[in-house]
Design a protein around this ligand. Structure first.
Ligand code: SAH
Length: 222
């Protein structure tokens, strides 16, 4: 690791804490959980970004990962993960594997992660990388995440990393009772809002808006 990376890596938890404080009124979370901060310290983000951006790997900003896609800002990765309130026994579905960084974070906090990626090059790269780094409880598949992963459902938690025009019905159906989903959704004015969807024990859904975000669109033929 370079000196720049070391310095940024040390500063990152402080920056994330500050982002949490500034958004607490909308997210309901005053600070990151220790478990999530620990996972962020554990996963080597510089091994998930392109070589040209490695030096910025621990800055609190999104970075390009190729194929016109981006890896989310560490604060957003932390927030989305925290909103899921993961338990070590949880089975998680992720839509949009990208470079595999978020999958690696989730894999440290849950039992299993099933992740879908629609771009073939990214699917191949992230699979190789996750296997190479030893994240054995992450399972990546090539496909349109809008439809979820029916054979593996239900999921205790679902994380969607691309903006949908509305809540995808198949994903709502594949959420377990008591489960939680975080997903950016475009509103009537075209703004992207990170929504938290919870399903209670009776299967009733509740949707809560949190903060405005910027993600790539959820593509595919749906
Ligand atoms: N979480 C990722 C960042 C994801 S960027 C990371 O840590 O790197 C969003 C990803 O969603 C992109 O890789 C994009 O190709 C993928 N994507 C977009 N629409 C999709 C769809 N319908 N199904 C699966 N993946 C999709």
């Amino acid at each position: 690791m370079s000196r720049t990376m070391d310095v940024q890596r040390e500063r990152l938890p402080g920056l994330i804490r500050s982002d949490y404080r500034q958004t607490a009124a909308d997210t309901g979370l005053a600070q990151p959980s220790d478990a999530v901060l620990h996972a962020l310290q554990e996963v080597p983000r510089h091994l998930f970004v392109q070589k040209a951006f490695q030096d910025s790997a621990y800055s609190n900003s999104p970075l390009p990962i190729g194929n016109g896609q981006t890896i989310s800002q560490p604060f957003i990765v932390a927030l989305m993960t925290d909103l899921l309130l993961l338990k070590p026994s949880d089975k998680v579905l992720e839509i949009g594997t990208g470079c595999g960084y978020q999958s690696a974070i989730l894999s440290l906090l849950a039992k299993d992660v099933h992740s879908l990626e629609i771009v073939s090059d990214l699917y191949k790269l992230s699979t190789e990388r996750l296997v190479g780094l030893g994240y054995e409880n992450v399972h990546v598949r090539l496909g349109d995440g809008y439809y979820g992963w029916q054979e593996e459902a239900p999921f205790d938690a679902i994380l969607v990393a691309a903006t949908a025009d509305s809540l995808p019905e198949p994903l709502l159906a594949q959420l377990a009772p008591g489960g939680r989903m975080v997903i950016p959704v475009r509103d009537a004015e075209g703004r992207e809002i990170l929504q938290l969807v919870t399903k209670d024990a009776e299967g009733q859904l509740q949707v809560k808006d949190t903060i405005g975000v910027r993600f790539v669109p959820l593509t595919g033929g749906h």
